[in-house]
Design a protein around this ligand. Structure first.
Ligand code: GSH
Length: 238
């Protein structure tokens, strides 16, 4: 890895890892290469980017402290605001660099997502994006089957939150590490896509592999609740 990339990665990790985020570098060209042009990011192939994931620890390390630090009347989208708060701090800390941030919840005027989060996580080696094409004996016929990312340590207990792009940083040498194919067998892949597509609300797909850590009961209850009731669950007024 080039020194510049290693240096930026270290600075970004230093700001985010202790808060329950993971950061993985990639080149825009890796992402564009696997997508139709309508989804391309309009930067040159060698542009440096990072995909940012939240892992189970984010809830206690970043989210609850963020809520305590803000006037509640200003909080409409607690999770999104927490993520953007911390990524804005990253951008401020890198004031010597141009940094573009894209959030997972942002939509383009044509109602397509600003970026395809699962593809970014896959090409960056962060989490394997399991899709219908990963299964040989496809049992689903005409049904539309959505793919899902699985993280080698956290299974489905994580979320892809944002991209950090560095339009003025071009990297020629960056090793592309393939994501870990942790859902190994054909049967498990089918089980994963079945659970995700037809039973996603019970969250069992997230436990398709043995995980190192998952969401606490409090975090599960929070995300399972309708947004209007969530802050009350944390003992805060909603
Ligand atoms: N916009 C609301 C907020 O900012 O609080 C809702 C955010 C939200 O619940 N996002 C979901 C999430 O973080 C979808 S990405 N879920 C965690 C998960 O599914 O692991």
């Amino acid at each position: 890895m080039e020194k510049r990339v290693a240096y930026l990665e270290k600075r970004i990790r230093g700001k985010l890892e202790h808060l329950g985020f993971e950061v993985h570098p990639f080149k825009v060209g890796w992402y564009n290469a696997v997508l139709p042009s309508v989804f391309h990011l309009s930067y040159s192939d060698n542009t440096l980017a990072f995909v940012v994931l939240s892992i189970p620890a984010m809830f206690d390390k970043a989210f609850k402290p963020f809520l305590k630090s803000q006037p509640l009347e200003k909080i409409l989208d607690p999770v999104d605001q927490c993520i953007s708060h911390h990524l804005s701090l990253v951008r401020e800390s890198l004031a010597d660099r141009q940094v573009e941030i894209m959030y997972d919840y942002e939509m383009l005027p044509n109602r397509k997502p600003r970026f395809l989060a699962q593809t970014a996580a896959h090409v960056a080696g962060a989490a394997y994006y399991y899709q219908r094409k990963d299964v040989q004996q496809d049992p689903w016929g005409e049904k539309k089957i959505y793919g899902v990312c699985i993280h080698p340590y956290y299974g489905g207990w994580f979320a892809i939150r944002a991209l950090l792009l560095f339009p003025d940083v071009e990297v020629s040498f960056l090793q592309q590490n393939p994501p870990i194919d942790c859902v190994r067998t054909e049967e498990e892949k089918i089980e994963l896509l079945d659970k995700f597509n037809f039973h996603w609300q019970d969250w069992r797909y997230r436990d398709i592999i043995e995980v190192k850590e998952k969401y606490s009961e409090e975090q599960k209850t929070y995300f399972a609740a309708p947004p209007a009731e969530r802050l009350k669950l944390l003992g805060l007024q909603g």
